[in-house]
Design a protein. Structure first.
Length: 263
């Protein structure tokens, strides 16, 4: 299987920063794309597209944990039926990114502190395995891909584009899992990255950032040298740094409103 062709990678998105579009692409599709034979593909693309928009909005912290995702409103925004919106929401719910409540509707998940700790525990088990597999299946192209991604991150940091930094740093981990070539690992990694992203939103110390860029670079260097032990150690340290930058000791998980509105 190719590297998730349905989901454009960070490199593609980099060129077109996602602003909140308010109309579905299907509105502007040429009539030929609407012929019956294309219907199924068109439908899938649209579900994928809406899913991707929501996914990126969460990654970029434009959609906050706990936000209500009204079916009717989303159907309106994306120019699709409510049934199609429900399909997207079901997929997001399956990935634990959205919580569905009878009568009340769909909400962006708000991981608890316990869930946040579980996410990091799972990442500490999975990500060294991802790197081991990446080293076993090592090719110059894969290393180049990782370096390219890391360069985009560094560039976003130089431009002080915080949204892009948060998204790209999360996507580094997903990209590594995709390149490692195990689709189950890659799928788990996507979910865990998304949950980490929601966790960072909820429990981040105001000045902290998600991933330190130089640490990604060191990890790539170790993978390029096929140094398993070092790559694994660097990844575990990296995850510790992210987890310890969060305020997961705060027993009630309250957001520091004062800090948010001060600056
Ligand atoms: Zn990272």
């Amino acid at each position: 299987m190719a590297l998730t062709p349905a989901r454009p990678g960070a490199l593609d998105r980099m060129q077109a920063p996602s602003h909140s579009h308010s109309h579905s692409h299907s509105d502007t599709m040429p009539a030929t794309a609407r012929k019956p034979a294309a219907t199924r593909i068109e439908r899938e693309n649209t579900v994928d597209e809406i899913y991707e928009r929501i996914y990126v909005a969460i990654l970029e912290h434009r959609l906050q944990p706990g936000t209500k995702l009204g079916e009717e409103k989303l159907a309106d925004i994306f120019g699709v039926s409510r049934a199609r919106v429900r399909e997207v929401l079901a997929r997001l719910a399956h990935e634990q990114i959205v919580e569905l409540y009878p009568q009340r509707g769909a909400f962006i998940a708000k991981p608890s502190i316990e869930q946040a700790r579980d996410v990091f525990e799972a990442r500490r088990l999975i990500e060294p395995a991802v790197l081991r597999r990446l080293i076993d299946t090592h090719t110059p192209e894969k290393i180049a891909r990782l370096r390219q991604h890391q360069e985009l991150e560094a560039d976003a940091r130089r431009r002080n584009d915080k949204r892009a930094v948060i998204r790209l740093s999360g996507e580094f981990h997903t990209l590594a899992a995709e390149l490692a070539g195990n689709s189950a690992l890659a799928r788990s990694m996507r979910e865990l990255c998304m949950l980490t992203c929601l966790t960072i939103f909820l429990y981040d110390a105001p000045t902290a950032s998600s991933c330190r860029n130089d640490e990604h670079q060191l990890i790539i260097d170790a993978v390029a040298k096929r140094d398993r032990a070092r790559a694994e150690k660097l990844m575990l340290d990296h995850l510790d740094h992210i987890e310890s930058s969060l305020k997961l000791d705060n027993t009630n998980g309250d957001v520091d409103l004062e800090a948010i509105f001060k600056g």
